[in-house]
Each structure stands twice: as C-alpha cells, then as structure tokens.
Write a protein that binds this ligand. Structure first.
Ligand code: F6R
Length: 243
C-alpha cells in the first residue's frame, strides 16, 4: 500500500518525514534504519538533530545502512556519501559510529565490496524503515532506469542525467564519479516500511510515475507500488501531476 502525505513546502515535508522516523525510533530504540543522501532528506536530518538536542529522541541503539556510495571515494573524502552522513547527521546525534554503515567506495573490488555490504544488511535483518529520495528519472538508490529490476548491492554506471543532476555538488561536472555501489531494488523492497521524500517540480513526473505509472524497471521507483507499507511525503510541486 502506498500512502501519499501532502506537505506545504520543503520544511513541512522535512518535519513530517522526521516525525515518522522519530516515531519509529521512539517505538523501537534498536531500529535498523536504511538511509539516503542527496538534497531532499537534509531538512529531515536537521530536524531530527534538533529533536535529539531537545532530548525528544535518541539514537544510541540505532543501526544505519546507507543506500549507496560513489566508487573510488574513501570515507573521509568530502564528496563521499559517508562524509555527507557524518556532516549532516551522525556527528550531531548520539549514534555509535560503529553502528553506521555505507558501502565501501574505497574498495576497488566491486564484487567483494558489494557482497560484503549485502551480508551486513542481511545480518542486520534488513531495515525496519528505509528512507528514500527519488531521482528525476525515477531512480532509487543508484538503480537507474533499466530493462530489469536489480537484486542485491551492485556496481552501476551512472547515467548522464544523474551525473548532471549530481554535478551541482561538485566543482566541475568531470569530477563526478562515473560509478557507484548501490543497494539493489530487491534489497530496498525487503525493508519493512519505506518512506519516500520528494520536493520540487523537477520530481513531479517521477513521483507521478512511481505512484500511478506502470510497474516497470524503466521507472525503478514504480516497484514501490508492490510494497505493503510505503509512505510518500511530498510537497505540492512534486505532487502537481498526481491530482
Ligand atoms: C541518495 C540516493 C539517490 C537520491 C536521488 C535524489 O543516497 O540514493 O537516489 O535519493 O538522486 O536526490 P536529491 O534528493 O538530491 O534530489
């Protein structure tokens, strides 16, 4: 079942998403969270930091597994997703960094890095709650439009549109890594609850296709229609084609 929650704007979307994550962690302090990077969830992370500082929610027993990491970037590279997570979330809450996991982009052996990550996520019993952003082309994690749905963690070549979209975070477009390790669609579907956040008009088509289009690997997010417990929190612009 896919439930759509409409938010007024980015801040409202962020607070609503943070509320859902916070409720999950309050109800189950040793929650396994699947986490995403990108611009969209930053507001939710900052809201959770604020509530943590006020004493409303704690993360001491939480374990996290991020969706993806650029291949070739080490954990301390400022452009890595590992660094992003520390900078935007982990370094500001009481999480044990040993309980936070991101695929090892520094391991050039793609097969070994992906197999190791799959085992870690499986050993943790898969996320209780998986937070997802959505790409303009409907990608989730770095699972790009394709002729089949991916299974476990694997190495992908990023599409031109994703490289272009992500280049805003790099000095030059040619600095954007061309490959990434990402959890597969099947792994994402193993999460017991999925929370998708989306804002802005650029996401409107992808959000529409995710909720109402055919279930097809050409829009990887469309498979979420088959998941029993998905919540989409999106602002008016992202929902503009869903009326
Ligand atoms: C990030 C990720 C990506 C992003 C997506 C949207 O870990 O897996 O799928 O969620 O590219 O990115 P933003 O939020 O920057 O628009």
């Amino acid at each position: 079942m896919l439930k759509i929650v409409s938010a007024r704007d980015y801040d409202d979307m962020s607070r609503k998403a943070a509320n859902i994550i916070s409720a999950q962690v309050i109800l189950k302090p040793d929650t396994v969270l699947g986490l995403a990077t990108g611009s969209t969830p930053i507001g939710a992370y900052h809201q959770l930091i604020d509530w943590y500082k006020k004493g409303d929610v704690g993360f001491s027993q939480v374990r996290t597994y991020n969706l993806d990491e650029y291949r070739g970037l080490s954990h301390d590279d400022p452009q890595s997703y590992h660094y992003f997570m520390r900078d935007n979330f982990f370094d500001h809450i009481n999480i044990d960094l040993n309980n936070t996991h991101v695929p090892d982009g520094a391991n050039p052996d793609a097969e070994a890095a992906c197999a190791e990550y799959d085992k870690m996520v499986a050993d943790a019993g898969y996320p209780d709650l998986q937070l997802l952003g959505i790409g303009n082309n409907g990608h989730i994690g770095f699972n790009e439009p394709d002729d089949h749905f991916s299974k476990g963690t694997h190495c992908v070549d990023l599409t031109e549109s994703t490289i272009k979209a992500n280049s805003r975070l790099f000095e030059r477009e040619e600095d954007v890594p061309r490959q990434a390790y990402t959890m597969g669609v099947q792994t994402i579907m193993y999460a017991r609850m999925i929370l998708v956040v989306a804002n802005g008009a650029a996401k409107a088509q992808a959000v529409h296709d995710m909720c109402f289009g055919p279930v097809t690997p050409q829009c990887p997010a469309s498979i979420l229609q088959l998941h029993p417990n998905v919540v989409l929190v999106a602002d008016k612009e992202a929902l503009s084609l869903c009326e």
